[in-house]
Design a protein around this ligand. Structure first.
Ligand SMILES: [Fe+2]
Ligand SMILES: [Fe+2]
Length: 477
């Protein structure tokens, strides 16, 4: 197994595709379908070329090549992190046994399902972000959008490789389906709710890359632990690319908050809409929305499927090897969020104790929430730095949920139970209203001149790959 990619091939790869003619032919016949999907569902803004990184190796040093590429000619490839020949299963009933190079028959259906669900999210976000190029606040941001888009396309390749290489005819059929389902489609929507929501403006894009892409990071983290070694190695490399997507979201929200705070401080007012920046309460509503729909991606607080995946060794915990327990969890328990009897006949928001294995979704979600909190703290430091008393915050886990224990109730961002009627009356205080969305959209006018930036967002501290902010990152067609 080499780490450098073979770029003489039609499909760049480090998996020795040239020595497996059947698989190579299968993937080469999927490639035109992928390209026609990219043409019809990928970035809509016509460009000549874009300053992009392309993965060329999976080694620690210099894994990416940088340069101007026409996006259609981007070399989407198949890259797995280097094999660790001594790797052993880290958890579950097979703990300590050597990892698997093939899919064990009894886990075939479950593994395929896990790969399809992950794979479905990758092209979905490209579809959601299709029209954002038309309103990019700068060439720097436009480049970042396209970088995220091509890499989500590559993540689709990563999952499709596994389906083709290890799951036979059913895998090939699933690979086709990944291009046929579409975000927001009436007939064949994407599998998970958050991936059928629109990303109509750049504030949504930054919130999406902060909150929803971050869910992806955590899911990949659990699959990286998998006993099925090719899945583990694929996810390990995807996580490397994912770090950039996290940066785009984190610094994107930073810059929106920074600009708003600046205008608030300069004009000594909270009412900054008239100055052409996004008021803090609107930023908070967007945060509330993207955070709550992203929490839904973690599934129910308890899940016997996920318990079985863990026991079987298919999907581990975030940072499994740092956990100080037996990595089997058969006798352990965990407190999970739940509706409990509040004593007045009405169910209230509380917690119950369940078997640790059944509560694994909650465990993962808590890791995620702690990570989200670090972003909020960062944005609050920007507000504090501008001398403002205002603060952003994460809403309660029961707020605006469609999945899990709180799907059937309504709650305020403080976690106070509300009647359906009160929720309807007050939801506009907490979630973006049509007026808010129209206002945000009204600010979204493209800025394509080198070194210029839209008035509603601060410029980034640094450019990309050592280039300055005013670099010509994108050449429009
Ligand atoms: Fe991805
Ligand atoms: Fe991503």
């Amino acid at each position: 197994m080499t780490t450098a990619a073979d770029y003489t091939e039609k499909i760049p790869n480090n998996v020795g595709l040239a020595s497996d003619r059947r698989l190579q032919r299968a993937l080469e016949s999927w490639q035109p379908d992928f390209l026609s999907w990219w043409e019809s569902m990928g970035p809509a803004l016509p460009t000549r070329d874009v300053y992009l990184r392309t993965a060329v190796s999976v080694g620690r040093e210099g894994w990416a090549h940088w340069g101007f590429v026409p996006m259609r000619d981007y070399r989407w490839g198949v890259f797995l992190a280097e094999r660790d020949p001594g790797r052993r299963i880290g958890f579950g009933q097979h703990k300590g046994e050597p990892v698997w190079d093939k899919v064990p028959g009894e886990y075939r259906a479950d593994l395929r399902r896990l790969i399809v669900i992950q794979g479905d999210t990758e092209p979905a976000s490209v579809e959601q972000q299709r029209n954002l190029g038309a309103t990019a606040p700068s060439l720097y941001d436009l480049r970042n959008l396209f970088q995220v888009n091509v890499e989500e396309g590559r993540h689709l390749w990563a999952m499709v490789y596994l389906l083709h290489a290890y799951f036979g005819r059913e895998g090939r059929e699933e690979a086709e389906e990944l291009l046929h389902r579409n975000s927001g489609s009436q007939d064949s929507p994407r599998i998970l709710g958050a991936f059928n929501e629109e990303t109509p403006d750049w504030l949504s894009f930054y919130m999406f890359t902060y909150f929803t892409d971050r869910d992806g990071k955590y899911q990949l983290g659990t699959l990286k632990e998998s006993a099925f070694d090719p899945l583990s190695r694929t996810c390990e490399f995807m996580l490397k690319e994912e770090a950039h997507h996290m940066m785009v979201g984190t610094t994107g929200v930073d810059r929106v908050v920074e600009r708003t705070a600046q205008v608030m401080a300069e004009n000594d007012t909270d009412d900054v809409a008239g100055y052409g920046v996004i008021p803090l309460p609107v930023i908070q509503k967007y945060l509330n929305f993207h955070y709550s729909v992203s929490l839904d991606l973690f599934g129910g607080e308890t899940s016997t499927n996920v318990a079985n995946y863990y026991t079987a060794g298919l999907k581990g915990r975030w940072m499994e090897d740092r956990r100080k327990d037996d990595h089997r969890l058969t006798g352990d328990s965990i407190m999970v969020d739940a509706l409990v009897d509040a004593g007045d006949g009405e169910p209230g928001i509380g917690q119950v104790e369940v078997a640790a294995l059944t509560g694994l979704n909650t465990d993962l979600r808590r890791q995620y929430i702690a990570d989200c909190l670090s972003g909020v703290n960062r944005w609050n430091r920007i507000l504090a730095g501008a001398g403002l008393p205002h603060r952003l915050r994460l809403p309660h886990v029961a707020f605006n949920r469609k999945v899990g224990a709180f799907a059937g109730i309504e709650a305020s961002p403080d976690g106070e139970r509300l009647s359906a009627e009160e929720w309807q009356r007050r939801r506009g205080e907490w979630l973006p209203t049509d007026v808010d969305k129209t206002f945000v959209r009204s600010l979204m006018r493209p800025v394509y001149q080198r070194g210029k930036i839209a008035a509603w967002i601060a410029p980034p501290r640094n450019g990309i790959n050592g280039k300055p902010f005013d670099y010509d990152y994108v050449h429009l067609a």
